[in-house]
Ligand binder design. Sequence first.
Ligand SMILES: [Zn+2]
Length: 238
Amino acid sequence: MSDASPVRTSALLASLDWLDHAFLPAGMAPPEEIACGHQRHTATVVMAEEAFPRKQREADAVIATGPRPVAVYTADCLPVLIADTRQRNVAAVHAGLKGALAGVLPQAIDRLIEAGATPDSLFAAIGPAIAPCCYELGEEMLNTILVNPLATAPRWFTLQPLNKQAVRPQARAAHQGVWFDLPALGRQMLLDRGIPAAQIDILPVCTYCCAEAQSSYRRNTHFSDGYALRYSWIRRKA
Ligand SMILES: [Zn+2]
């Protein structure tokens, strides 16, 4: 790979010494022993035992109550890693726009709470994903978001925001739509379930214009650079 392709981490999650986590670059293999669903943009949450060996179950969020790492694979969707400091349980959530609107984030949080978490014991990190600098949506899709009761404070821009961290050109406007803030939608859903703002981290990395060239599905539909999934994983230290 010609680009520098760093393994990224969240400073917030790294401050919890009982866990390990990583947002891997496109194409890097995750740990062999991960539990991971066969992702379908649903709100289905399973336990790690049900998602190991990987992809044997359809699920978009996986929770571990033991030391097995749980993972999601993403392109432009949100990879969200969640840690419960009370029970030391962890979750990996795949939340694209469709899965987020289906409720995968609140479902995952509810399962962690059933397993003994409280909202204020949860820490979450939203990894590299497509950002409003490159995520144009048509009016019809925006209207779908606006009527969804889970989207309590959707954020978008009518003018394409400039991303000063961009390492390659931002997406070009294609359909006179709006520039939607998907990471902010994920954050708002975590806040709405009671996670304190100080316990939510967003990595400021747009997969289209800031990350390695292979990481954006949408960019690849524009340029065909090749495209490879990015795994994000989290585990309780044994
Ligand atoms: Zn961008």
